[in-house]
Design a protein around this ligand. Structure first.
Ligand code: HEC
Length: 145
């Protein structure tokens, strides 16, 4: 699994740089007054963040987790910002993320829940490393030490 992640990380070539260029473009077009409107995916990502903060708190408190949040499946369909494409690698990471997150909710697993949770957050980070590095320091705070 780790090996697969490494290969995927090397192969991915998304970048948030395109976002910067996009902003510059609107500046040169004198459209600076346009408000930044988050994409459906950006909103979903913020919901993922909040949901995982909640899951982490429940794990640390030793509570049993509720149901797998079905909203997570929207990663396959949510619209990305205009400048991004949902290519095969993005799809592969989305699936890895869903699988890892489902494992967190697998009450029959023999692997410690902290490890399963950190593994799922690791997939967030791996996708971001190739995709959009900005939020990584924030995402790392989710990890259970
Ligand atoms: C399959 C790749 C992928 C995975 C997995 C992923 N992200 Fe993201 N994330 C993105 C992309 C792409 C964006 C930019 C979305 C856009 O601008 O349309 C993003 C944006 C974000 C943002 C910024 C949202 C904003 O307001 O602009 C945060 C925060 C974030 N992700 C957190 C997370 C967390 C937490 C996880 C795991 C629970 C996660 N991401 C998993 C690809 C991913």
């Amino acid at each position: 699994m780790k090996h697969l992640l490494c290969i995927l990380s090397l192969a991915l070539v998304f970048s948030c740089d395109s976002k910067v260029k996009e902003n510059e473009k609107s500046v040169s077009n004198k459209k600076v007054y346009d408000m930044y409107e988050p994409s459906e995916m950006a909103n979903l990502m913020n919901a993922f963040y909040a949901e995982n903060e909640k899951i982490k708190a429940e794990i640390l408190a030793g509570d049993t987790l509720g149901e797998f949040p079905l909203d997570f499946m929207k990663i396959h369909t949510a619209e990305l910002s205009d400048f991004k494409k949902r290519n095969d690698k993005f799809k592969a990471y989305s699936q890895l993320y869903i699988n890892a997150e489902q494992e967190v909710f697998n009450s029959e697993s023999k692997i410690p829940i902290e490890d399963r949770f950190n593994n799922a957050i690791g997939v967030c980070i791996s996708c971001h490393q190739t995709e959009c590095t900005g939020p990584i320091p924030r995402i790392k705070k989710l990890l259970i030490k």
